[in-house]
Design a protein around this ligand. Structure first.
Ligand SMILES: NC(=O)c1ccc[n+]([C@@H]2O[C@H](COP(=O)([O-])OP(=O)(O)OC[C@H]3O[C@@H](n4cnc5c(N)ncnc54)[C@H](OP(=O)(O)O)[C@@H]3O)[C@@H](O)[C@H]2O)c1
Length: 340
């Protein structure tokens, strides 16, 4: 016996990957509904070898459905997630709306699977920001071994992190470089993204940091350990899919690069590709479509007592969103909503 699953935002980047991953991982599905906005009514989306027609979120009745994987942005989530939860359908949400709510668990299954039991307070579980998800997968086993004091991270985030419109803007601007008569001013990003980088993701806060940077700090504390200090600089780069991060980690206890490499090699969700030679590391284009968080360039930081640097790359639509959401659904099924 399987589950009755709803994918909300099925025509979007993350929703599309959710359907792919549910099929790839043979999630036990008895029935599946693909929802989007009214303008997409009847749009066909793939689920394994089946084709589903999307229906309208606004008129959907969640009664009798087990889990709803939401990927629609905060505004629509605010309107519809409480309705789904009140109807007894557990929401696994990709927006940032519930991530900092004390009554909603924020889960990366490799890091804090035990938090799943808190789902029943609101019938909602939150999925972290894409940059946080891959980083905490890398940090967790190192924290367990040597206790992390401080993390300094710089991100190189792909345009798909800004949804379909972000990908379209990079594509259109790239074409218009060669055909300037087609050129349009940026609308999704604040400056030209093609052949450029932009040190600004989400809104500015009074502190001078951006909301994306604040999210990495707040979410790492909630998922991994409130005592870990994090400072982040988040940058948008002209890459379609795949987020990269340069991470500097300072530990309480001794841990060198060789031991860190051995620990990471044995850790769940991680693939270490770290040859100290030309091309012996992973770039974002190579991680697309993969489940793993890839770690390369592990090396000692000689400027602090116990510190290392590493390079961390993952598919932001997968581990950063859809894969993590499906892993939460698997965890929820295994631990809390057993069937058959
Ligand atoms: N992309 C990432 O790396 C990433 C990572 C983590 C979290 N997230 C989060 O995941 C969510 C989705 O992101 P995305 O990248 O998939 O965005 P996207 O490609 O722009 O897709 C948005 C989806 O939401 C649907 N939608 C929007 N407003 C709606 C409404 N009022 N009613 C019904 N459906 C509505 C759209 O349907 P229509 O096609 O009908 O408009 C579409 O299916 C966002 O909250 C985002 O912050 C994204």
């Amino acid at each position: 016996m399987g589950y009755r699953i709803v994918v909300v935002g099925a025509t979007g980047n993350v929703g599309h990957e959710m359907l792919n991953i549910l099929a790839e991982r043979e999630f036990p599905v008895d029935e599946i509904a693909a929802l989007a906005s009214r303008k997409s009514l009847g749009t066909e989306v793939s689920f394994g070898d089946r084709t589903l027609k999307t229906t309208d979120l606004d008129t959907f009745d969640f009664t009798g459905w087990d889990m709803a994987l939401f990927a629609v942005g905060s505004e629509a989530t605010q309107k519809y997630a409480p309705k789904a939860a009140a109807a007894g359908c557990v929401v696994i949400d990709n927006s940032s709306l519930y991530r900092y709510d004390a009554d909603v668990p924020l889960i990366v299954p490799e890091v804090n699977p035990q938090a799943v039991h808190g789902y029943a307070k609101k019938n909602i579980i939150a999925n972290p920001n894409c940059s946080t998800a891959q980083m905490v997968v890398a940090l967790k086993p190192l924290h367990d071994r040597a206790t992390i004091k401080r993390v300094v991270v710089s991100t190189y985030q792909s345009v798909s992190g800004a949804g379909k419109e972000g990908m379209d803007e990079l594509w259109d601007q790239t074409k218009s470089i060669y055909n300037p008569t087609d050129s349009k001013p940026p609308t999704k990003f604040t400056k030209q993204i093609a052949f450029n980088v932009i040190p600004h993701i989400d809104v500015f806060l009074d502190s001078g940091e951006t909301k994306e940077e604040w999210k990495m700090v707040a979410e790492t504390k909630k998922i991994l350990d409130p005592k870990v200090k994090v400072t982040a600089t988040c940058v948008r780069v002209p890459v379609f899919v795949g987020h990269s991060e340069s991470i500097n980690i300072e530990f309480e206890n001794p841990l060198d690069a060789d031991e860190a490499r051995d620990i990471l090699r044995e850790s769940p969700g991680i693939m270490v590709i770290d040859k100290r030679e030309d091309g012996g590391y992973v770039t974002p284009i190579e991680c697309v479509g993969d489940y793993a968080t890839f770690i390369s360039r592990i090396r000692d930081d000689s400027t602090i007592e116990n510190g290392i640097n590493l390079w961390c790359v993952s598919d932001n639509l997968r581990k950063g969103a859809a894969l993590n959401a499906v892993q939460i659904a698997e965890l929820l099924g295994r631990e809390c909503l057993k069937k058959g």
